[in-house]
Design a protein around this ligand. Structure first.
Ligand code: DON
Length: 568
C-alpha cells in the first residue's frame, strides 16, 4: 500500500515537474538558426542529427536518414526516442508528391473497452499510464522499415552501423538529461523493482553505453523488421510481457503493420499545409484552427498581441471540442472530415466569437454537423540534397513511457494506451476529453495530437516542422507557422518565441511563465480569460527547417531541449 502511495505521489509529481524539467529559455532576438546549402537534420540530440546528416552525406536520402536518426534518438534520448513506441511520418518528395505513414501503436487483441475501469465504472488511477497494462503494441520498427523500403536508397546494415557503434561506444549525458533521469529515479526503481541503466548515479558529462540495445539493433540490422515482430527479439519481449502481467502476445506483435495514409492538406493564404491525418487529430485540428483564423488580420494585430491571442484561443477552443467528440482511428470510426474542415462549418463555429469577452466553454461543445452536406514524444525534421523533405514525430507517450524498461533489450515501453478515452468525459494524462470515437477496442489505434507538418509556399517546399507536448502539440505547430508566415520571424526566432495554449477544457490559457508582457496577461484576465502560467515551465520543443529565398536551409532547433540542427 505504502509502495503504491509513493508511486501515485511520484507520478502526480511527474505530471508537473518531470515531464519538462527545464527552465523557460530566454527569447532569441533577430537571430537566424544554422544555415546550410544542401541538407539538414534537426532533432532532439546532436548525436542523432549528426548521424542522420552523415547518412545524407554518404548519398542516402531523407528516408534513410529517418531510420538512422530515429534509432540514434532511441540510443541517446530514451525519454522519448524509442523502439518501444510509435509515430507518424509526413513526407514531400522532390517531385511534389506528398504522403503519410502511420506507425502508431495498437491496442492488444485482448484489450477491452472498460479495461481501465473498476467495478463501479470509475477509472483506475495509473493503470493506463504506468506499467504493463499501459503498453500498446509498438510500431516504430515497422514504421522506419516501411518508409525506408519504399523510398530509401542505402542498405539497412549501412544505415544502422553508426547507430550500433554509438550504442556500444556510448554518448555523453547532458545537464538536462541528468536532471530528468534523477527526477525519475525512484519511479524507475518502483516500477521495475530494481535499479535500471538510467539512474541517478549518472552525471552530466558521463559517458553511457547501452550494450543490450546495441545487440537488439544488430539483430534487427541482420534479420530485418520481422526480427522485432516475429524473431528472437519478439520472443524475448513477449517473455518479458508475460512476466510483467501484460496482455500482449506473439500474435499481437506478428499482426502489427504500419499503414500508409492520405495526409490532411489545406490552403492558408499562399501556403499549402500538409499534416497528419487520423488516427492523429493534428492535421484536422490545425486545418480547423487555421481556417477559422484566416479571415482575421493577425499581422495587423501583431505578434502575441491581445487580439491575436484572443482569435487563436477562441479558434483552438472550438477545434479541441470537436477533437474530443468526432476523432478516433479511421479504421474503426467514421470521421466527417469534409464537414469538419469545410469553410461553411468553420465560419459558423466562429460566429459567436467577440473581442469583448471569452465565449463560455459550455456554450461551445462539439459542433453540430447535421444540416451540412454529407465529419513524451520527440520531433525531427529532415531535408535531403535530392529535395525530399520529411517531418516525423515519434513517442512512447509520457516521459520514458510506461517506465517499464526491458533490461535484456535495452529500451523503454510506451504507455500509449492512455491516449484512448478510458471513460467518456474523463480527462486523460493531457487533460484531453474523449468520447465513443476514441474508445478502446482490440487492434484499434489510440487518438493522437502529433502534428508532423510540411508547408509549401506557392507550390514549392517551404517548411517542415513538429513538436512533442501532448495536447499542446497542435497549438505549438500553429504558432510556429504563424510566427514565420504572419509575423516574419526567422525559423529560429519562431521556434524560440514564447508559447501559449488553449484546449477548450480546462477553461484556461496556458502560458509559458514569465515570457509574456504583464499588461497582456492583465488585459486577458480583465476580459475574463483564466491565464495559467504555472502548469509547466515550457510548452513544446519545436524543431523545423525553413527554405529561404536563396534556396538555403535555415534550421530552427528548440533551446528548450538539447535540440540541434546539423547539415551541410
Ligand atoms: O500521441 C499523442 O498525442 C501523445 N501520446 C503525445 C505525447 C507527447 O507529446 C509527450 N510529450 N511531451
Amino acid at each position: 500500500m505504502k509502495h503504491l502511495f509513493t508511486l501515485l505521489f511520484l507520478s502526480t509529481l511527474c505530471f508537473t515537474s518531470c515531464k519538462e524539467n527545464v527552465t523557460t529559455p530566454e527569447p532569441v532576438a533577430n537571430k537566424r538558426g544554422i544555415i546550410t546549402q544542401n541538407a539538414m537534420v534537426v532533432s532532439a540530440r546532436k548525436e542523432a542529427s549528426q548521424i542522420g546528416s552523415d547518412i545524407l552525406k554518404m548519398g542516402g536520402n531523407a528516408f534513410d536518414a529517418m531510420m538512422a536518426t530515429e534509432m540514434a534518438l532511441a540510443v541517446t534520448y530514451p525519454y522519448a526516442g524509442n523502439l518501444g513506441g510509435g509515430g507518424f511520418l509526413v513526407y514531400r518528395l522532390a517531385d511534389g508528391t506528398k504522403g503519410a505513414l502511420d506507425y502508431r501503436e495498437k491496442a492488444p487483441l485482448a484489450a477491452t473497452k472498460n479495461m481501465y475501469l473498476d467495478e463501479d465504472g470509475e477509472v483506475i488511477k495509473n493503470k493506463s499510464t504506468i506499467g504493463s497494462m499501459a503498453v500498446g503494441i509498438p510500431g516504430t520498427i515497422a514504421g522506419i522499415f516501411e518508409a525506408q523500403k519504399r523510398f530509401g536508397k542505402l542498405e539497412v546494415a549501412t544505415i544502422l552501423k553508426p547507430v550500433i557503434e554509438l550504442a556500444k561506444n556510448g554518448y555523453h549525458i547532458t545537464e538536462k538529461q541528468e536532471k530528468r533521469i534523477a527526477s525519475y529515479d525512484s519511479l524507475f526503481k518502483a516500477v521495475n523493482g530494481k535499479t535500471i541503466l538510467y539512474n541517478n548515479s549518472l552525471k552530466a558529462g558521463d559517458k553511457i553505453s547501452n550494450k543490450e540495445l546495441a545487440s537488439t539493433l544488430q539483430r534487427i540490422s541482420d534479420y530485418g523488421r520481422d526480427e522485432f515482430y516475429k524473431g528472437e527479439t519478439a520472443k524475448k519481449l513477449v517473455k518479458y510481457f508475460q512476466a510483467k502481467g501484460s496482455i500482449i502476445t506473439m500474435e499481437d506483435l506478428a499482426k502489427y503493420e504500419a499503414k500508409w495514409r492520405d495526409p490532411v492538406s489545406f490552403q492558408y493564404d499562399n501556403l499549402t499545409v500538409t499534416s497528419m491525418s487520423p488516427p492523429s487529430s493534428g492535421g484536422i485540428c490545425l486545418n480547423q484552427i487555421m481556417t477559422m483564423i484566416e479571415p482575421f488580420n493577425l499581422k495587423e494585430y501583431g505578434h502575441n498581441s491581445l487580439k491575436t491571442i484572443q482569435v487563436m484561443v477562441e479558434a483552438e477552443k472550438r477545434a479541441y471540442a470537436d477533437r474530443g467528440y468526432y476523432l478516433g482511428d479511421p479504421d474503426f470510426v467514421e470521421i466527417p472530415l469534409e464537414t469538419l474542415t469545410s469553410d461553411v462549418y468553420l465560419q459558423e463555429r466562429m460566429q459567436n466569437f467577440s473581442f469583448k469577452s471569452p465565449t463560455p466553454i459550455d456554450s461551445i461543445s462539439h459542433g453540430k454537423i447535421e444540416g451540412y452536406e454529407s465529419d513524451e514524444t520527440t520531433h525531427y525534421s529532415i531535408v535531403d540534397s535530392f529535395g525530399n523533405a520529411i517531418a516525423v514525430t515519434t513517442t512512447i507517450n509520457g516521459g520514458y513511457g510506461s517506465l517499464l524498461y526491458v533490461d535484456e533489450l535495452g529500451f523503454f515501453l510506451n504507455n500509449e494506451m492512455d491516449d484512448f478515452s478510458s471513460k467518456p468525459g474523463t480527462p486523460n494524462y493531457y487533460g484531453l476529453i474523449g468520447a465513443e470515437a476514441n474508445s478502446i477496442a482490440p487492434e484499434k489505434r489510440m487518438l493522437s495530437s502529433m502534428t508532423p507538418t510540411i508547408l509549401e509556399k506557392d507550390g514549392e517546399f517551404y517548411m517542415t516542422l513538429g513538436t512533442p507536448g501532448g495536447s499542446t502539440i497542435i497549438t505549438s505547430v500553429l504558432q510556429t507557422i504563424l510566427n514565420v508566415h504572419e509575423f516574419e520571424l526567422t525559423m529560429q526566432e519562431a521556434v524560440s518565441a514564447p508559447r501559449f495554449h488553449n484546449q477548450w477544457l480546462p477553461d484556461e490559457i496556458r502560458m509559458e511563465p514569465n515570457s509574456f508582457d504583464r499588461k497582456l496577461v492583465d488585459d486577458l484576465t480583465a476580459l475574463g480569460y483564466h491565464v495559467n502560467e504555472s502548469r509547466s515551465p515550457i510548452i513544446g520543443i519545436v524543431n523545423g527547417i525553413l527554405m529561404l529565398e536563396d534556396g538555403t536551409l535555415e534550421g530552427g532547433a528548440d533551446h528548450r531541449g538539447d535540440d540541434t540542427a546539423v547539415g551541410f
